[in-house]
Write a protein that binds this ligand. Structure first.
Ligand SMILES: Nc1nc2c(c(=O)[nH]1)N[C@H]1C(S)=C(S)[C@@H](COP(=O)(O)O)O[C@H]1N2
Ligand SMILES: [Mo]
Length: 405
């Protein structure tokens, strides 16, 4: 007798019917007229399959979101490579696309399990209460994350709280609730996946079978459409079909502008003949005019600008390598470097660059963009451009660069 003979279970009940995993009338706290009309597609078969794809999308979204947060607010243990230059463009593009793809999947998933919210008993045992509670937290936090994230891609903040900290904190709630939910539902998911989505014993003309397949296909199609609609923010070929991508390649010198010189209140200072860039290395400091910066050896680099909102554009920069500029003032002995902007207020008027990026050969104090003098709105007289970093940290209209002890 081999392994298989022993393992084969003896069927004690009748073969599974097509609707076995749909909630039964008597199990629901709903009037019969309503229960009768519940589509058989609202089943564990559909919920499990959509749930798996949704779970993958959310995991990608969570991990890439953590990366983005840590790059911007690095904990002591965090290290992020400076190469390949497109790395952040990829992770942040994946973050936004996976989040947008999750929206239709979450809607289909909620639709498929909705009748079960009325399952008897409404509360029941403490364990059941826990299960229901975790679902409430899960659904609430997921909707919150996807909606706030979507608004952020449109640079629209119709709320009072500060987006990044709230979105970050809530991601742990959402992902934690997802883990609990998956653990609780694992037996149901396994059972549902063991059966074909449509149910093997069902007659071919069964309307429920057709609609289950239909719902799965529609969910997949909606997810693809949603993904394509936003991906054009980062994928040039998709730009024309990306209706959800608000900023893609438009703006002076082929790059979108998030904050203009006028909005930042730097138009005059930036063009002033008295402009100086101050570079501080330890006890040594030196001021550079724009002409002096232009007279230093210039380096070219292809480095994408990748905004946290999801849009990204590859660009050709030219300027002074940061490490060369520091060396023109004093010896760089390691440590973070702070960049300050002419901009007085505003969240992004300074940034801190870690050592891994300070010494990288494609980190520039850029003077030119795509073959032209840097546009005022892109940071004239000079700006920071470093690889694998979010746009918010690519400080424009630099006034000072300081090596922190
Ligand atoms: N001083 C300053 N620099 C800034 C910003 C800002 O508001 N002020 N915005 C940042 C953001 S959010 C992005 S995405 C990039 C966009 O650069 P661009 O406007 O040249 O495309 O600039 C960054 N640099
Ligand atoms: Mo940005």
């Amino acid at each position: 007798m081999n392994e298989h003979d022993r393992a084969a279970p003896v069927p004690t009940t009748k073969p599974p019917a097509a609707h076995e995993d749909s909630p039964h009338e008597s199990e629901l706290l709903l009037p019969g007229v309503v229960t009768e009309k519940i589509s058989p597609a609202r089943s564990a078969a559909v919920a499990s399959r959509v749930g798996i794809v949704l779970g993958i999308a959310i995991t990608i979204c969570f991990v890439t979101g953590l990366i983005s947060h840590w790059v911007q607010h690095p904990p002591p243990w965090f290290w992020w490579p400076a190469n390949p230059v497109w790395l952040y463009r990829l992770t942040q593009g994946a973050h936004v696309v996976s989040g947008v793809v999750a929206i239709p999947l979450l809607l289909v998933k909620l639709w498929s399990v909705f009748p079960r919210l009325f399952a008897r008993p409404l509360i029941g045992s403490p364990l059941r209460l826990l299960e229901r509670g975790s679902i409430a937290v899960l659904v609430g936090s997921m909707i919150f994350q996807l909606v706030t994230g979507l608004f952020n891609t449109a640079q629209n903040y119709p709320w009072e709280f500060f987006f990044t900290t709230t979105h970050y904190a809530m991601s742990y709630v959402a992902f934690g609730a997802l883990a609990v939910h998956l653990a609780v539902k694992l037996p149901v998911v396994r059972a549902a996946l063991a059966r074909p989505a449509a149910g093997s014993e069902s007659p071919p003309d069964d309307a429920g079978v057709a609609s289950r397949r239909g719902v799965l296909v529609a969910a997949g199609a909606a997810a693809v459409v949603a993904g394509v609609a936003i991906a054009g923010q980062s994928v040039p070929l998709l730009r024309r079909v990306s209706v959800l991508a608000p900023r893609s390649g438009e703006g002076p010198q082929g790059l979108p502008v998030n904050r203009t010189a006028h909005q930042a209140g730097v138009s005059e200072e930036a063009r002033d003949a008295e402009y100086r860039l101050e570079v501080i290395v330890g006890d040594l400091r030196r001021q550079f005019t724009r002409a002096e910066l232009a007279a230093l050896p210039q380096t070219e680099a292809e480095v994408p600008l990748a905004c946290v909102e999801g849009w990204s554009v590859s660009a050709h920069w030219s300027g002074i390598r940061l490490r060369d500029l520091l060396a023109a003032v004093g010896e760089y002995r390691g440590g973070d470097v702070e960049f300050r902007s002419l901009e007085q207020s505003g969240l992004y008027n300074r940034s801190v660059l870690p050592q891994s990026h300070v010494v990288d050969s494609s980190t520039l104090v850029a003077l030119r963009l795509n073959g032209e003098e840097l546009d005022l709105d892109h940071g004239y007289p000079c700006r920071l451009i470093a690889p694998t970093r979010p746009g918010v940290l690519q400080t424009k209209w630099l006034s000072a660069i300081e090596v922190r002890a």
